[in-house]
Design a protein around this ligand. Structure first.
Ligand SMILES: C[S@@+](CC[C@H](N)C(=O)[O-])C[C@H]1O[C@@H](n2cnc3c(N)ncnc32)[C@H](O)[C@@H]1O
Length: 243
């Protein structure tokens, strides 16, 4: 269920990625393999407890707006599942039965998710539906291909093709479903491309709204008034909601 690097290369070829993109994705995986054992602590260091709680509140509030008693939720680029497990717990406390799946490209992150009792799915955010179909076929799984809610935290700036990720999310979203993304606002700290393997230096609200409106009918984006602190630098966070 959790592939090794050779299997991942095979899956990436099956997904139609060219050699250059495969190498870029493998570099991301190698970086995040080293982060996986400490990812929970890294999140706690980046964000104070009250910021973490606020992020969870914001996501849970959007899910509750759907008005459903049961939801099937996918966390895209879920990492170690720090937010995934807290979102599920909070929703269950609010009386919403929550079936949770977590997709990530990095095997060690998937292992952390499994240890936490969250169903891990190996996959590429730019190709969620196809990744699920490949994993289902290869491992004889029956992971669903549609979700009521898709969330993603602190990951959007890592994606090589962010608009492609939004299209891929739309492809697995149930009719009437909702997407909630929380990530870093645009900043000028180019050093994070090396130190944190960031692909983009965040996005402005205008960029997110523009990108979102090319893919979704309803688009909202606003700053959260919260910050991540990385190496003494404060970076603002935004929330974007698409439907
Ligand atoms: C900064 S971590 C965020 C993890 C988690 N969402 C959190 O808030 O702690 C970024 C995650 O994105 C994953 N990732 C990066 N590019 C990806 C892609 N194209 N498809 C799927 N996962 C990807 C990495 O493996 C890593 O676990």
């Amino acid at each position: 269920m959790i592939p090794g690097i050779e299997e991942i290369r095979l899956f990436l070829e099956k997904l139609g990625f060219d050699r250059g993109s495969i190498n870029e994705l493998i570099e991301q995986i190698e970086y995040f393999e080293t982060e996986a054992p400490e990812r929970d602590d890294i999140v706690r260091n980046y964000l104070r407890d009250e910021c973490i709680e606020r992020m969870i509140d914001e996501i849970v509030r959007e899910v509750l707006r759907l008005g459903r008693k049961e939801v099937r939720l996918l966390d895209v680029a879920a990492g170690s599942g720090f937010f995934t497990e807290r979102i599920k717990k909070r929703l269950e406390e609010m009386g919403v039965r929550t079936e949770v799946y977590a997709l990530d490209i990095t095997p060690s992150m998937l292992r952390r998710l499994k240890e936490k009792g969250i169903t891990p799915i190996w996959g590429v955010a730019e190709r969620i539906g196809d990744s699920i179909r490949i994993a289902n076929k290869h491992y004889g799984l029956s992971v669903p291909e549609k979700f009521d809610v898709v969330v993603s935290t602190l990951a959007f700036h890592h994606f090589i093709n962010p608009e492609g990720v939004l299209r891929s999310i739309r492809g697995v979203l149930e009719d009437g479903g909702r997407v909630v993304i929380i990530d870093v606002l645009k900043h000028s700290h180019g050093e994070f491309k090396d130190t944190l393997k960031d692909t983009h230096l965040g996005f402005s609200l205008e960029e997110i709204k523009e990108m979102g409106s090319r893919v979704f009918g309803k688009v909202e984006a606003r700053p959260l008034g919260l910050h991540c602190e990385v190496d003494g630098v404060l970076i603002g966070l935004y929330k974007a909601v698409f439907a």
